[in-house]
Design a protein around this ligand. Structure first.
Ligand SMILES: Cc1ncc(C[n+]2csc(CCOP(=O)(O)OP(=O)(O)O)c2C)c(N)n1
Length: 394
């Protein structure tokens, strides 16, 4: 009888607070890159093998987007507390995972967001005003005020709609990629979700389909430690979330999600694989949600300040800023100017959004039927004659 060889622990898996490691055993798969990819080293140098070679101007642009995103996040929370918007769900602490990956996408690639990715949409060109109009659900909102705030959509920017039911964007992204493959379009789909979503049916359906049909899809799993109040350690008995790729026969790669250049580099590589017909990749982006889940959540009820403080010291924005400063590309003066400008831009957009009229009342009857059935026409006409129509310019 031969003894079972004791499996080796995967390198790099002990390093992050929310690594599981509780099984005490872990097989190493050639499909998975366990050691988290890092490009910006502690000493300020760059891993030459992984340097994506971005121009100075592009790096500064990406940093500015990270900072703007954070300022928007902070101000929107204040607006919600003041009762001027109903809700916000942001990306505080996860900026590198979002901006780094969206920056790696080519123009023709499609992005399917979860709900923390407004920074990616702004990077892809949606005007800030359009985003803020969505936060207010006013008459200029692209989704006509039919959704909660932060449920944006950006068809013109190859950007799908926010999917609140956990995981639904995953099957959408895989289906879209499969269609593109059949049509021989050179495009890859990128789909964002949290580690909690890996427990959803949609993740299984999407990843399985992507594996079988080799769809050009990049699965961007933001492992931010928490799914509302459920810690990553209770989400799965797998030792890492990248390991989940093994069951579907796709590549899994762990990435330091607070290193913007690492996220960029890993995403670009995954896009190139997809574009070459080599199929899907699951990236586990190791990061941390520094804020509450959303404005409806109080994280102090379930996690310790010490854990948050530990992650604050790994702030992705500070890390990238330090790196740019070392290269003479950034300084305090530029930072102050950027912060002031970002706050002023947002304030202006909020002013405009608050003055905009609500969506027309009759719009609730539109966009479902090409030809409106008689009973809906009747209901619409009755509504427009009634008192509710008054505040809507009727
Ligand atoms: C199908 C479904 N179940 C439950 C919820 C409620 N819910 C909203 S967000 C969330 C946690 C998601 O966590 P994760 O996927 O890790 O993403 P994160 O919010 O951490 O980015 C849950 C359970 C939902 N929106 N949809």
């Amino acid at each position: 009888m031969s003894a079972t060889p004791s499996p080796k622990a995967a390198p790099g898996v002990k390093e992050f607070a929310h690594d599981n490691g509780k099984n005490g055993h872990h097989a190493v798969s050639p499909l998975v890159t366990y050691e988290p990819i890092r490009v910006m080293r502690e000493d300020g140098s760059v891993d030459p093998a992984r340097d994506p070679g971005l121009t100075d101007a592009r790096m500064v642009e990406l940093y500015c987007t990270m900072v703007r995103t954070r300022i928007i996040d902070e101000r929107l929370v204040t607006l919600q507390r003041q009762g001027r918007i109903g809700f916000h769900i942001g990306s505080l602490g996860e900026e590198a995972t979002i901006i780094g990956s969206a920056a790696a996408a080519r123009k023709q690639d499609w992005i399917f967001p979860c709900y923390r990715e407004f920074g990616a949409l702004l990077l892809r060109g949606m005007p800030l005003q359009t985003y803020v109009d969505n936060m207010f659900g006013n008459g200029n909102d692209t989704v006509k005020g039919r959704q909660m705030p932060d449920h944006y959509s950006g068809r013109a920017y190859n950007f799908g709609s926010v999917s609140s039911p956990i995981g639904t964007q995953i099957t959408q992204a895989v289906g879209f990629a499969w269609a593109a493959k059949m049509k021989k379009d050179d495009l890859v789909t990128l789909v964002y979700f949290g580690e909690g979503a890996t427990s959803s049916n949609e993740f299984h359906n999407g990843a399985n389909f992507a594996g079988v049909f080799k769809t050009p899809t990049v699965f961007l799993c933001r492992n931010n430690g928490w799914a509302i109040s459920v810690p990553a350690s209770k989400q799965s008995a797998s030792q890492t979330f990248a390991d989940k790729a093994i069951a579907y026969g796709i590549r899994g790669v762990r990435v330091d999600g607070n290193d913007l250049l690492a996220v960029y580099s890993a995403t670009r590589e995954a896009i190139e694989r997809g574009s070459r017909g080599e199929g899907a990749t699951l990236l586990e982006l190791l990061t941390y949600r520094l804020s509450g889940h959303s404005t409806s959540d109080d994280p102090k009820a379930y996690r310790k300040d010490a854990e948050v403080d530990q992650w604050k010291s790994k702030d992705p924005n500070v890390r990238f800023r330090t790196w740019l400063e070392r290269r003479g590309l950034w300084n305090d003066k530029k930072q102050t100017e950027l912060e002031e400008q970002a706050a002023a831009d947002l304030q202006e957009c909020v002013k405009v959004a608050e003055k905009a009229p609500p969506p027309p009342l009759e719009s609730m009857f539109e966009d479902v039927f090409q030809e409106m059935p008689w009973h809906l026409r009747e209901q619409r006409d009755e509504l427009l004659k009634g008192p509710r129509a008054k505040g809507h310019g009727h």
